[in-house]
Design a protein around this ligand. Structure first.
Ligand SMILES: Nc1ncnc2c1ncn2[C@@H]1O[C@H](COP(=O)(O)OP(=O)(O)OP(=O)(O)O)[C@@H](O)[C@H]1O
Ligand SMILES: [Mg+2]
Length: 275
C-alpha cells in the first residue's frame, strides 16, 4: 500500500541545489572549491556542513548567502533562483549569517548599540525610534546581556564571547527565515561554546528558523542537526540524518572525521558508531 504523503511534502524546500559548482582562477591555478553538489534543505531543519579545512564549506555557505555566485548549476531559495531578486537586500532579509570572527562583522568606530540599531536599515519599513530601542533591548536580553553592560561601548571593549552574543542579538532583531552559522564557536572556550549552541537552539525555537551550521566537528554536528552533509575536496560525499551518517558511514572521509572528534564531544555520537 502506498504510504500517506507527509503533510510537509508539498512545501517548497528552503534551499535546493542541483549540480552546483564554484571555481576560482583558471588553468594551472584553477581551484574547484565546490564541485557538482546537489541537495535539498527543508524548512525548519538544522543541517550541518562538516569537513576538513579547505573542503569548500565557507564557499558553499556564501553561495547560500548570495555572497558568492555559482560558476554552474542551479541554486534556489523558496523555489526561486538566488540572484534573481532585484535587490540583494531582499535575500538578506531572509537569510542571515554569523561568522567565525565576530569582530570582523562590526565596525570598530561605532558603538555596539548604534550598530545593532542600524540592522533595521535592512527592513522594508523602519520601525519608530522608540520601537527600535525596545527591540534592541529585548535582543540583548535574549542573549543574556543587560543593555546597561554595553551602553556606550565599542566592539574592542568586549570579549570574543560577548561579541559572538552581539552577532546573535542581531539575529534576534532581524528575525531571518534562515541562519547560516559558519564555525561560530571556534574562537571561544568550551563554556561559551555550549552557551552559543544553546542560544542557537533558542533562536530556532523562538523564530522557527532553518539553520545551516558549518563545522569541522562531526560530534557537534550530530548533537544539533537533523541532517549532516559531509564535504571533501568540494564534493558532498555523504548526506543523511546523524544516526545514519555516524552509524554506518559509507565514506573513508566520514570515518576519519569520526576519529578526529574531540573527546568531550564523543558522548554526542550514538553508541556503536565509534566502537
Ligand atoms: N575568493 C577566493 N579565491 C580563490 N580561492 C578561493 C576563494 N575562496 C575560497 N577559495 C579556495 O576554495 C577552497 C575552499 O575554501 P573554503 O573557504 O570554502 O574552505 P573551508 O572548508 O571553509 O575551510 P575552513 O574549515 O578552513 O574554513 C580553498 O582551497 C580556498 O583556498
Ligand atoms: Mg571556512
Amino acid at each position: 500500500m502506498p504510504s500517506e504523503p507527509s503533510p510537509l511534502a508539498d512545501q517548497p524546500l528552503k534551499f535546493e541545489a542541483k549540480n552546483l559548482s564554484r571555481s576560482f582562477g583558471h588553468g594551472k591555478k584553477l581551484v574547484e572549491a565546490v564541485k557538482n553538489v546537489s541537495f535539498g534543505i527543508a524548512s525548519r531543519d538544522i543541517i550541518s556542513i562538516v569537513g576538513q579545512s579547505g573542503c569548500g564549506k565557507t564557499v558553499l555557505a556564501k553561495m547560500l548567502l548570495r555572497l558568492e555566485t555559482p560558476s554552474s548549476g542551479t541554486l534556489s531559495f523558496n523555489g526561486k533562483p538566488i540572484g534573481n531578486e532585484r535587490d540583494a537586500r531582499e535575500h538578506w532579509r531572509s537569510v542571515q549569517a554569523v561568522f567565525q570572527d565576530p569582530f570582523s562583522a562590526f565596525n570598530q568606530f561605532f558603538t555596539i548599540r548604534s550598530q545593532l540599531k542600524s540592522s533595521f536599515k535592512l527592513f522594508k519599513r523602519k520601525p519608530e525610534e522608540e520601537e527600535m530601542e525596545a527591540r534592541v533591548d529585548a535582543a540583548l536580553m535574549a542573549v543574556n546581556i543587560k543593555p546597561k553592560e554595553v551602553e556606550g561601548k565599542y566592539p574592542f571593549e568586549l570579549s570574543g564571547g560577548q561579541m559572538q552574543r552581539m552577532l546573535l542579538a542581531r539575529i534576534f532583531i532581524l528575525r531571518p527565515q534562515v541562519l547560516i552559522a559558519d564555525e561560530p564557536t571556534s574562537m571561544v572556550d568550551a563554556c561559551s561554546r555550549a552557551n552559543i549552541l544553546d542560544y542557537l537552539m533558542k533562536l530556532k525555537q523562538e523564530l522557527d528558523m532553518t539553520i545551516v551550521f558549518v563545522t569541522h566537528d562531526i560530534g557537534l554536528a550530530c548533537y544539533i542537526s537533523d541532517s549532516i552533509f559531509i564535504m571533501h575536496e568540494g564534493e558532498i560525499v555523504e548526506q543523511g540524518p546523524p544516526a545514519q551518517v555516524t552509524g554506518s558511514p559509507s565514506s573513508a572521509v566520514t570515518r576519519q572525521l569520526l576519529d578526529d572528534i574531540p573527546d568531550v564531544h564523543r558522548p554526542w555520537i550514538k553508541r556503536g558508531a565509534l566502537d
